[in-house]
Each structure stands twice: as C-alpha cells, then as structure tokens.
Design a binder for this molecule. Structure first.
Ligand SMILES: [Cu+2]
Length: 125
C-alpha cells in the first residue's frame, strides 16, 4: 500500500524557482553548488534513466533532469507538479520527502509509440 507523503511548503516553492532558473540559464547540473546531493535523470524516448531513484526520508535533494530528444514532460501527480523537459536543457527542482514510500513520475507529453512505458519512481526509505 502506498503511503501518502508530506512535503514542506518551502520545498514545493523552491521547485518552481529552481526550474525557472534552469530554463533561463540552461546551466549544467553542477552550476548551483548548493551542497545538496544531486540526482541526475536523463529523459529520452521512451524512458527516464534511472527509472528508479532511491531517496532517504528527510534528505533534501536537487533533481536535475536532462531532456534529450523530444519535449517530454515530467509529471509527478503525488506532488501536483509537472515540468517541461526541453531537449538540450536541464530542469531542476528540489525534493525533501518526509516519510518512506514511493513517488511516481511519468512523461505526460505524447512522444510516440512507447510513450506509455516512459515512467519511473522515487523510492523513499
Ligand atoms: Cu513521452
């Protein structure tokens, strides 16, 4: 059974600000130098790599998603968040899960046959 996770408001607000910054700058993953652990994910037809991302409850991480071959979308329904993944750009957001569980994410921009297999999950322990 999937557990509901609680998210700090600050974490959610940070998501949008960081994603907007990445959009504007097209910066490399290391550019922010935040001191947080960085999770790098590549989005390409028809997969997120890695598709299973381990996280620790209570740890704030920066997620950097590199769009490769198409304007994929990354939808995280459990968080009510989504991001456009522009080819050749990095999209950033922060996560700080407060409790163990899983957080599913999926591509929500149809990218061809195989689109429905383009999904993954954060696994929080
Ligand atoms: Cu897709």
């Amino acid at each position: 059974m999937k557990k509901k996770l609680l998210w700090s408001r600050r974490s959610l607000l940070g998501c949008g600000a960081l994603a907007a910054g990445a959009w504007a700058l097209g910066a490399a993953p290391q550019a922010l130098g935040s001191g947080m652990r960085t999770i790098e994910i590549v989005a390409r037809r028809f997969t997120f790599l890695p598709s299973q991302v381990p996280l620790k409850a209570g740890e704030r991480v920066q997620v950097v998603v590199q769009g490769m071959d198409f304007a994929h979308g990354m939808n995280i329904p459990d968080l009510g968040k989504r991001y456009d993944l522009v080819p050749g750009q990095f999209t950033r957001f922060e996560l700080q899960p407060s409790a163990p569980g899983t957080i599913e994410f999926l591509c929500d921009n149809f990218c061809g046959d195989g689109h429905e297999t383009m999904h993954g999950r954060f696994v929080v322990t």
